[in-house]
Design a protein around this ligand. Structure first.
Ligand code: HSE
Length: 405
């Protein structure tokens, strides 16, 4: 029998208990051991809940119990999750987590401790919820040089953008509705400003490229400035707007970026809607692969956490090598990254198109029948720095969105 402790009885923690109880027999079979939840750490009590007799308020009960071999950290946040994880690993207990903030910030250090103790720090649930992506990157795609990962990695923003597209509503209206329905947090900043997707692409890139990608190096833009009018233009052009988290090799350098983008119908990411996540991966010998599924939510996330528990049980005294090294990946200056840009400009198309083309060269103009005081155009491909210089010269500039074909 392997005894485990679950740190945090919130959404994911209660999901972990539910998954283990629901699929107990098959999980035990796959782990080749009986998985026994011995403790659940939480500040609260849960009278009447089947876990009440396992609840402890004191982490010392867990750390000092030699029977605990695996700790599930699903508390979220950096503190005390970092301290608890570090102490558990140092005490020779493997840790499984869904905590993307902690993995992005301290993953490298925690992996090194796990390696030194011949145990494991596993975090499949930190990116893409229930979608298997960490294990494929670490174990299945090892014959490839991965040269691109582009993901829809945040369910909340994908839900908001999908709803804006179907309802024609503005961002604020859809956000409020999503908050009222419990799909978005009361404080939605980490999701809508792109910080959550940024941490996830940093984790995936660190594993895929075998070097440390620091999330604070990644250029990040959220979706708060996307409007119903942007969506109308996108629909007219046959694009969907998605919050993309990308890291890509250009020549011998990599860039990484999180930003809303126009996605064309040929992209497998075009029709990934609502809370679903998807991760497109390109390898030099594999070509294209896409991982799609439930990127958030209690049971999908718990499914990935419990799969890590099974993996830890199968590798109790053996470290599963992770290809995330301490060598820092120097990212390309985002100013040099090239795209085509969708640009909105005040004024009349017929009167000012020649001014636009004098600055940007030949563009593809677009008008909307019910919007008469502005028009939009698509630029040729150019880098961010050039675009910025040209946009400064443009009278009536309203906004821009990158196009990722
Ligand atoms: N807030 C995250 C999302 C939860 O919306 O995708 C899963 O990491």
């Amino acid at each position: 029998m392997i005894s485990i402790a679950v740190l945090g009885y919130g959404t994911v923690g209660s999901g972990v208990v539910e998954v283990i109880n629901t699929n107990q027999a098959s999980i035990n079979k796959k782990a080749a051991e009986e998985i026994n939840i011995k403790y659940v750490l939480d500040l609260r009590d849960f009278p009447g809940d089947p876990v009440q007799d396992k609840i402890t308020h004191d982490f010392e009960d867990i750390i000092n119990d030699p029977e605990i071999q695996i700790v599930v950290e699903v508390m979220g946040g950096l503190h005390p999750a970092y301290e608890f994880t570090k102490r558990a690993l140092e005490a020779g207990k493997s840790v499984c987590t869904s905590n993307k903030e902690l993995v992005a910030q301290h993953g490298l250090e925690l992996l090194e401790i796990a390696k030194s103790k011949d145990i494991n720090y596993l975090f499949e649930a930190s990116c893409g919820g229930g979608i298997p992506i960490i294990r494929p990157l670490n174990s299945s795609l090892t014959a490839d040089e991965i040269d691109e990962i582009t993901g829809i990695l945040n369910g909340t923003t994908n839900y908001i953008l999908s709803k804006m597209t179907t309802d024609g509503s503005d961002f604020d209206v859809v956000l409020k509705d999503a908050q009222d329905k419990g799909y978005a947090e009361r404080n939605p900043e980490a999701d809508v400003e792109g910080y959550d997707a940024c941490r996830k692409i940093a984790i995936l890139s660190s594993l895929a490229y075998g070097c440390h990608v620091d999330f604070s190096d990644i250029y990040t833009e959220g979706i708060t400035k996307i409007t119903a009018t942007d969506i109308k233009y996108a629909k007219k052009l046959g694009y969907s707007i998605k919050l993309l988290a990308t890291s890509k090799k250009i020549g011998d350098k990599f860039y990484a970026m999180v930003c809303p983008a126009f996605v064309g119908q040929d992209s497998p990411l075009y029709s990934v809607n609502n809370v679903f996540n998807a991760i497109f991966v390109h390898g030099n010998v594999l070509g294209d692969a896409m991982f799609y599924g439930s990127g958030a939510g209690k049971l999908p996330t718990a499914s990935a956490v419990v799969a890590d528990v099974v993996d830890c049980a199968k590798h109790l005294h053996r470290n599963i090598m992770m290809s995330w090294s301490s060598k820092r990946l120097e990212l390309m200056d985002v100013k040099q990254v090239e795209s085509r840009f969708f640009v909105r400009k005040a004024g009349s198309l017929t009167a000012t198109l020649s001014d636009v083309e004098a600055i940007f060269g030949p563009v593809e103009p677009i008008g909307l029948a019910d919007v008469t005081d502005e028009f939009a155009f698509i630029t040729p491909e150019m880098n961010e720095e050039t675009f910025k210089e040209k946009a400064k010269q443009l009278g009536g500039y309203i906004s821009r969105i990158r196009i990722k074909d």
